[in-house]
Ligand binder design. Structure first.
Ligand code: NBP
Length: 480
């Protein structure tokens, strides 16, 4: 693939710099640029010898360093910086050139930019990249969306630099316009849920079983050998196993318990609300971070608000550790089932035709939620690409059925002891609501009809009806 330089990267912060090195390590010529030129100079001094890299101090030099048709990837902060980069680059580009936004842009922005650039004769790809610093350098998971022909030009490069699992690159075309950034957004939402579930499991092991931090670390190391085998479970063992040099205490005990967020989890939840998809586990994970961020308020509340009456607070035995493991797995299945259901709904609404099995395939390596478990999701969609929900697939149905006694025990114990488990319990409540053919929404409809004459449908005949509650109490038919 060596030869003329067609590929450029602008934005040499963590992600752009490591992606550029990754490209160069594969012998692919790459031109690099950054708004602040000193960063480009520093990058060239530190990494310019690692492969065929050309540094450019100005936009004009950057574009001139690339043979046509050019492909330029922007790895800059999402939001206005992406528009600024486009506005600066576009006048220097020619018809047939492609701009790639590899940051965490909102998919609606990507749709808007796709239209605006098409009007200027330029192609645009919105590409989700996951894997953080390390992934960008040695092989991320890449989720490209946008112009199909433009993707064909850049496919060789992206599939070469992506992580590879069993000889398959963790990169495949997702769909038109914002599809790639959408799937990356849901990936991040699932990441929020995964992390929250792990945090709840850790909390239960410490506060209900009474394990010390290094013991909890060992539990996670063990869990990584089974169904839960994943990057996040693996690094939980490492983070919990770390001792703070300054204090000699577990590092986790000196880290402030305020979780930050950059917005992709919130976007996932917001979009689920727009689409009408019940995305309870990811949404609870976002709320749990926002509650954690109110640290001063929590400190005040801890002195004012009562917890459960003292009851049986004896440490639970090791059998409860196994219960937590099964509850974690069942909740994780629900979080993924909800996230994949959201992608199904969005793909239909936007006409993207996203291949969900392929998404599970490209998440098996490189990205933050990489896990053994994704092979089961890939197999599920291969067997039935149109399954309405992953829980309809035998493997996941049985996995949750096997885990449910433990799952219920864990949520019961946590509730009795006042240990918050928003993700475990919302996943379980969703499961119980989903597996019921009839629920209490009939009363919701009755109440809505009472105060707002919103009408209701009946189980025994067609049409919509209203009861004249405040008048004669008679029912009238209001529609077909
Ligand atoms: P940042 O998100 O921290 O962005 C810094 C880069 O944006 C610098 O190169 C900076 O140039 C450039 N930039 C800014 Br800020 N405003 C600009 C403007 N108006 N015009 C041109 N350039 C501008 O970098 P990052 O952490 O490498 O992330 C890049 C993208 O990848 C983001 O969208 C991020 O969400 C996404 N992402 C990050 C990770 C991760 O682990 N960090 C993982 C996956 C995806 P300067 O040097 O001149 O200030």
């Amino acid at each position: 693939m060596a030869g003329e330089t067609h590929f450029g990267i602008t934005g040499l912060a963590v992600m752009g710099a490591n992606l550029a090195r990754n490209v160069a390590h594969h012998g692919i010529p790459v031109a690099v640029h950054n708004r602040t030129a000193s960063k480009t100079e520093r990058f060239m001094a530190e990494h310019g010898q690692e492969g065929p890299i050309t540094g450019a101090g100005s936009v004009a030099d950057f574009v001139a360093a690339l043979e046509r048709p050019r492909t330029i990837m922007a790895m800059v902060k999402a939001g206005p910086p992406v528009d600024a980069v486009i506005d600066e680059l576009a006048p220097h580009l020619d018809e047939g050139d492609t701009l790639v936004d590899g940051g965490n842009s909102h998919f609606r922005d990507t749709q808007r930019r796709t239209r605006a650039l098409a009007d200027r004769g330029l192609r645009f790809l919105g590409v989700g990249v996951s894997g953080g610093e390390e992934g960008a350098l040695v092989g991320p998971s890449i989720m490209p969306g946008g112009d199909r022909q433009a993707y064909a030009h850049v496919e060789d490069i992206l599939t070469t630099i992506a992580a590879q699992v069993d000889g398959t690159p963790c990169c495949t075309y997702v769909g038109p316009d914002g599809a790639g950034h959408y799937v990356k957004m849901v990936h991040n939402g699932i990441e929020y849920a995964d992390i929250q579930l792990i945090a709840e499991a850790y909390d239960l092991l410490r506060n209900c079983v009474g394990l010390e931090v290094p013991e909890v670390a060992d539990v996670f190391v063990g869990w990584n050998e089974g169904d839960l085998d994943s990057f996040l479970i693996q690094i939980t063992g490492i983070v919990l196993g770390k001792t703070d040099d300054a204090t000699g205490r577990p590092l986790v005990d000196v880290i402030v318990d305020e979780a930050e967020q950059k917005g992709t989890g919130r976007w996932t939840a917001q979009d689920a609300l727009e689409l009408g998809v019940p995305l309870t586990t990811i949404t609870e994970a976002v709320f749990a971070r926002t509650l954690s961020a109110r640290r001063d308020e929590r400190a005040q509340a801890s002195r004012r608000l009562a917890g459960p009456r003292p009851g049986d607070s004896a440490a639970l035995d090791r059998a409860f550790v196994d219960d937590v493991q099964r509850a974690l797995y069942a909740s994780k299945v629900v979080a993924y089932a909800q996230g994949f259901a959201q992608m199904t709904t969005a793909s239909e609404a936007e006409g993207w035709d996203v291949d969900l099995g392929a998404m599970a395939t490209i998440w098996r390596g490189g990205c933050i939620i990489r896990a053994e478990f994704l092979d089961r999701i890939r197999e599920a969609y291969e067997a039935d690409p149109h399954t309405p929900n992953l829980l309809f697939v035998d493997y996941f149905r049985d996995a949750v059925a096997d885990a449910q006694d433990s799952w219920r025990r864990v949520v019961n114990v946590a509730t009795e002891r006042g240990v918050p488990v928003p993700a475990f319990s919302s996943a379980l409540s969703w499961y119980d609501g989903y597996r019921r053919a009839s629920g209490p929404a009939n009363l919701v409809q009755g109440l809505r009809d009472y105060f707002g004459a919103h009408s209701y449908r009946r189980t025994d005949r067609e049409g919509s009806y209203h009861t004249r509650w405040a008048q004669d109490g008679d029912e009238v038919r209001t529609g077909a």
